[in-house]
Ligand binder design. Structure first.
Ligand SMILES: [Zn+2]
Length: 236
């Protein structure tokens, strides 16, 4: 049986729960045919939450991609695992995930304000950061103000899939993108913040920039001559 799960979170990041069937279990992790759990990637942490089945339940401590792009739902140490073939209910820790979605969307906004190459990034529920390849000084106040304006403007955020053939037929689309799309997988998932940002991205985002809410620019760190690390916080 294939253990590659249908990734429900890609089509609808707001799904908190789903039913699924266990396809593989062992070594402290189990795999399912479909899931709402986002696996660690693109600077966004793997989801945590709960799995329940007839006669049992366990906390899911982390979610990671396995070697064959199957999704490992890693249970807390010593927790029981559901049997292969069991029907389970998967529930993510929504409050935490929603903060990741707000943060992740805020990162796209930050990248649209500071139009430099991004060399790294990390998202957490309280604080996130993006590293830019730049020598200029970051005007913290101006960036914070621009960020708040983008949030207040309530730009719609949406995802769509595009084939490599479509991309090749629309070279201006590639030129519009702030990050060049990866090739060789057939189709590419694009994230669009209407009128603000368009780039390939597999993460989870909120539906409109207004939902990002109370975002604030924190410390700006100089990490070498050509690297500026910009931290952002959610103030609620
Ligand atoms: Zn994204």
């Amino acid at each position: 049986m294939t253990t590659t799960a249908e990734e429900l979170f890609r089509e609808d990041a707001y799904l908190e729960e789903c039913e699924a069937t266990v396809t593989k279990a062992g070594d402290g992790a189990f795999y399912v045919d479909r899931t709402v759990f986002y696996p660690l990637g693109g600077g966004q942490p793997g989801d945590t939450g709960e799995v329940t089945w007839e006669g049992g339940s366990a906390r899911i401590a982390d979610t990671r991609y396995g070697d064959e792009r199957d999704i490992a739902h890693i249970v807390e140490e010593g927790a029981p695992l559901p049997d292969v073939g069991a029907s389970v209910t998967l529930t993510i820790d929504w409050d935490k995930r929603y903060r990741f979605m707000r943060m992740h969307t805020a990162m796209h906004l930050l990248g649209s304000i500071l139009r430099y190459d991004v060399t790294g990034g990390n998202i957490s529920a309280e604080k996130s950061r993006l590293d830019f390849n730049m020598e200029d000084t970051v005007d913290k106040e101006a960036v914070g103000k621009a960020l708040q304006e983008l949030v207040a403007a309530d730009h719609p955020v949406s995802c769509r899939w595009i084939s490599e053939a479509e991309l090749d037929a629309n070279p201006e689309l590639v030129r519009t993108m702030s990050v060049q799309p990866p090739r060789g997988k057939g189709s590419i998932r694009l994230l669009e913040v209407e009128g603000v940002d368009l780039q390939p991205c597999g993460g989870t985002h909120v539906r409109s920039t207004l939902e990002v809410g109370a975002v604030r620019v924190g410390k700006v760190e100089k990490k070498g001559r050509q690297n500026r690390r910009v931290n952002i916080h959610l103030d609620d």
